[in-house]
Design a protein around this ligand. Structure first.
Ligand SMILES: Nc1ncnc2c1ncn2[C@@H]1O[C@H](COP(=O)(O)OP(=O)(O)OP(=O)(O)O)[C@@H](O)[C@H]1O
Ligand SMILES: [Mg+2]
Length: 363
């Protein structure tokens, strides 16, 4: 069979990010009798068997630099065609390069993962975006800012067993961040865990001076050690979330691709606007992240089209599909990038990491 093996990172030796995709040249040749392809043919999510198979790819043009040998076999206008590929959001899909390695770290960009609606993928996106950024050599700190402690659980930590959490960091002056920090199984990614104690902070902070900037103060000494700090917010717009928005440089809003997705988003953008005006003039809306997308249903596609209509360029080109692999990773207590490294879900969060880094550099 006429095959070529692709190493991620343009086949550069030593880059071991993601899966090795095998493409079959035969299947890339246009078949004159074939049905016209849909504008965006994303590998469908197949929960039974969701590893990328030989000859199958998630989003090859965005995922991998073609190696020169392969590129030579493509039609001369392939580069133009690639530029004009339409992504799942209905817009041309840009190419997000594999980020260059860093020689030194910090100061951190702080991102709040925020939506007051429950169960939209905040915690899942925090863990997996963080893990993908760490794979690309970024030093990452994840902050569990939900008293439910789902982020901590998702990284294999039992929050009930913790004596010191992010709550203590907020409330106790003089406590060093090192005493609270936990290393995760992902190299380069640390965690500030939380548990139910944090729910008391919401009440106790009310009587404090500068109560909205308690988290900002707590994170300040850590900024120099990390490239990204991602805060997993609780599903509310209360004082804890306002603290996260005050500490953050930007916000990512995960939106589940279902009918009521846009409900409440106006309130969220209003809150972001207020925090920007009164507390944190640097705060920006980084992007809306469509999650739990099912390309096979008209409903998902319609919802996504409406989200793009409403938020235009603020919507990430990367869309996270619905797959049972994500709930599985919570049980396993690790990110999808290590639990199912070759899965479509892992590839999607790696692409999101590259998009986030590309946006950051474009600013
Ligand atoms: N892309 C996905 N496909 C399928 N299931 C998903 C996906 N993303 C998340 N889930 C599952 O949906 C549930 C809710 O996700 P998650 O906990 O990340 O949302 P959340 O916004 O953090 O929720 P909460 O508001 O309660 O904190 C979890 O069981 C998670 O495993
Ligand atoms: Mg959560």
């Amino acid at each position: 069979m006429n095959e070529s093996t692709f190493a991620p990172g343009g086949g550069q030796p030593g880059t071991t990010v993601g899966s090795v995709a095998v493409r079959t040249f035969e299947s890339r040749r246009p078949d004159p009798n074939a049905e016209p392809r849909p504008a965006y043919a994303m590998t469908p999510y197949d929960d039974e068997n969701d590893d990328l198979q030989d000859g199958q790819f998630y989003d090859p043009d965005a995922e991998y630099e073609p190696d020169p040998e392969y590129a030579a076999t493509l039609a001369p206008d392939a580069a133009r065609q690639r530029r004009e590929r339409v992504g799942p959001t209905g817009r041309p899909l840009p190419y997000f390069p594999i980020p260059n390695p860093l020689t030194d770290h910090g100061p951190a960009k702080i991102v709040a993962m925020c939506n007051q609606k429950g169960g939209v993928g905040k915690t899942t996106s925090t863990i997996n975006l963080g893990a993908a950024l760490a794979e690309y050599g970024r030093r990452v700190l994840l902050v569990d800012f939900d008293p439910q402690g789902a982020l901590s659980v998702g990284l294999g930590v039992n929050p009930m067993e913790l004596d010191i959490t992010v709550y203590n960091l907020l409330m106790e002056r003089g406590l060093a961040a090192d005493e609270v920090l936990l290393k995760t199984a992902v190299p380069g990614m640390d965690l500030l865990p939380s548990n139910i104690d944090l729910s008391a902070a919401e009440v106790q902070l009310v009587s404090e001076v500068a109560r909205e900037s308690a988290l900002q103060r707590a994170l300040k000494p850590l900024m120099a050690d990390y490239d990204y700090i991602v805060i997993d917010c609780q599903p509310s717009l209360g004082l804890l979330t306002v603290n996260a928005l005050t500490a953050a440089h930007s916000v990512i809003v995960p939106l589940e691709c279902e009918f009521f997705a846009l409900r409440g988003v106006a309130l969220l953008t209003e809150t972001i606007e207020k925090v920007r005006e009164r507390l944190n003039p640097e705060l920006e809306l980084d992007g809306i992240l469509a999650t739990m997308y099912d390309s096979r249903t008209v409903h998902s596609r319609e919802v996504l089209a409406r989200v793009v209509e409403a938020f235009d360029d603020h919507v990430f080109h990367t869309v996270i599909g619905r797959t049972v692999r994500f709930p599985e990773t919570t049980v396993a207590g690790e990110p999808i990038t290590t639990y199912a490294s070759n899965s479509v879900g892992a590839a999607a969060y790696r692409q999101l990491a590259r998009e986030v880094l590309a946006r950051c550099h474009a600013e």
